[in-house]
Design a protein around this ligand. Structure first.
Ligand code: NI
Length: 231
């Protein structure tokens, strides 16, 4: 499953993020890569626990929480705190599959880290496509290869089981946020079915209103979620 969420952030929010990020220290992106992907990862990142990253991450988490399409597609149990990366001219990230489990340090104290199983990967574009060449996110799934390069403020949500890479930037600089989602619905086919069912029900509601059958279908949707979800 690969889903585009257009306009997750407003132009003002994107401008705010770019302003904060331009005043931030960037480090080698290998800091959050596994041993294998570190060999092919050539980019820059804002350190994971930098206050600027956390503050911008909260804005993204707020936008996700208000977005119906994201809510329906992800059925999120946990969202990894958003990270920020940058590909300047000549930088790229070779083909890899993201780590299956990520750890989030608790914000206070010395408790055990929170584990996030990465069911879905997300990239939020923060540079307009005309401002750089290359830097395409290429995702391979069972339906073939998809080249993704979206307007600033748009998000792409895709299965974390897919192999993907970022092509070299040949002009300009590509800025983005990236993070992972643990879904309440572990099974991808079940998650996709629920998303399509929800879309169909919402379409019917728009045409017919809440008649008996629409109410019954909504009930069936919730009963399937109840059956399949870990919450
Ligand atoms: Ni990746």
């Amino acid at each position: 499953m690969m889903i585009r969420i257009p306009g997750l952030l407003s132009a003002e929010q994107v401008a705010h993020m770019r302003g904060v990020l331009s005043d931030t220290d960037w480090v080698d992106g290998k800091v959050t890569a596994g041993a294998q992907s570190a060999q092919t990862k050539h980019n820059l990142q804002v350190p994971e626990y930098a206050p600027a990253a956390r503050a911008l991450g909260e804005i993204i988490l707020g936008a996700l929480g208000r977005n119906e399409r994201f809510t329906s597609a992800a059925l999120a149990l946990r969202v990894f705190p958003p990270l920020f990366n940058r590909y300047d001219r000549g930088m790229n990230f070779g083909a890899h599959i993201d780590n299956s489990i990520r750890f989030v340090k608790p914000s206070l104290g010395t408790g055990a880290p929170i584990r996030v199983r990465t069911d879905m990967s997300a990239t939020l574009f923060l540079t307009e496509p005309e401002d750089y060449d290359g830097g395409e996110l290429v995702i391979e799934d069972t339906y073939g290869t998809h080249n993704v390069k979206l307007p600033a403020g748009d998000l792409v949500l895709y299965s974390a089981t897919s192999r993907h890479h970022v092509t070299p930037v040949t002009r300009g600089s590509r800025w983005a946020s990236f993070f992972w989602i643990q879904s309440m619905i572990r099974d991808e086919a079940a998650r996709t079915t629920l998303f399509e069912l929800d879309n169909a029900i919402q379409g019917l509601r728009g045409k017919l209103g809440d008649n008996d059958e629409v109410v019954a279908l909504t009930g069936l949707y919730h009963n399937l979620v109840r059956r399949w979800a870990d919450a």
